[in-house]
Ligand binder design. Structure first.
Ligand SMILES: [Zn+2]
Length: 276
């Protein structure tokens, strides 16, 4: 059998032996010959296959990183929290915070089940107890597992909606759709703005918030809430409609209180101590 008849030319990194072509490096075959010897084609030797595999893996890795990057941008997570992870959380904090950390970690680990069941959490407590940071940890953990997450607050949503009336980037409906459909929505600092004006009429956001929350409720989409207020206070003090509060209560499968000294205060005290 003459390999040249099959149009196969020996390359610099190959050698021929007994009508077969081998790789000089790994000494495995570079051609495939059919049993009746009528059919000869080039194939990859072992080292070429390994190299190809490696390239594919690198390409996949690149795609994964790109996807995570896109998801992180889409998540709207503030720059301050870009690197917040459960691993690098400062755990020198009150017991209730540590408990909340465990709950949040468990939440992330059980994501597949949580997603199917649409479980949510309501995390509340004093200002500066680290609630947002915890939510940022969840956001970073899940986006790295390719889960689309949006973390935002009513003020930001309200700004976006108002801007949508004057620019053509996104319509109001598109914004609401996005918030309603994202796999996990984290609404931070719920109740920061009152939803009733001084004359007791509804604020601009009253209806929009109900709309987003209700859509998620109906579709059993997991939603996390953080607030300085307990759920009841949203109704009693922050002007939320009863139907919205009812939905939030139903969607929050666990209500977690984070209390104690505000974390910012502890850090501050610590700094003072160090200074002394
Ligand atoms: Zn080889």
């Amino acid at each position: 059998m003459n390999l040249i008849d099959y149009g196969i030319k020996l390359r610099a990194d190959e050698y021929a032996k007994d009508s077969m072509i081998y790789c000089k490096k790994c000494h495995t075959q570079r051609i495939f010959v059919s049993e009746d010897k009528k059919f000869v084609v080039r194939c990859l030797c072992e080292c070429q296959s390994e190299e190809k595999e490696k390239q594919l893996e690198l390409e996949k890795q690149k795609q994964r990183l790109e996807k995570v990057k896109q998801l992180k941008e889409m998540s709207l997570l503030g720059r301050k929290y870009k690197n917040s992870t459960f691993e690098n959380l400062d755990l020198n904090r009150p017991e209730s915070f540590l408990k909340a950390v465990k709950r949040c970690q468990a939440y992330c680990k059980a994501w597949d089940e949580i997603k199917n069941k649409g479980y949510g959490l309501y995390l509340y407590g004093d200002v500066g107890t680290g609630k947002t940071e915890l939510m940022a940890c969840i956001c970073n953990y899940l986006t790295e597992k390719f889960v689309p997450v949006i973390i935002t607050n009513f003020l930001e949503i309200s700004k976006k909606l108002r801007a949508s009336y004057t620019n053509e980037l996104e319509t109001e409906n598109e914004i609401i759709e996005k918030l309603s459909r994202v796999d996990l929505l984290i609404l931070d600092d719920v109740g920061a703005e009152k939803l009733k004006k001084k004359d007791n009429t509804d604020s601009f956001m009253q209806e929009k918030i109900y709309d987003i929350i209700n859509r998620r409720y109906i579709n059993q989409m997991p939603t996390l809430f953080t607030s300085n207020y307990c759920i009841q206070d949203l109704l009693d003090e922050r002007g939320f409609e009863e139907r919205t509060v009812d939905r939030i209560a139903e969607m929050s499968n666990a209500v977690i209180k984070v209390d104690g000294d505000s974390y910012r205060e502890i850090v501050c005290k610590r700094k003072t101590k160090e200074a002394l």
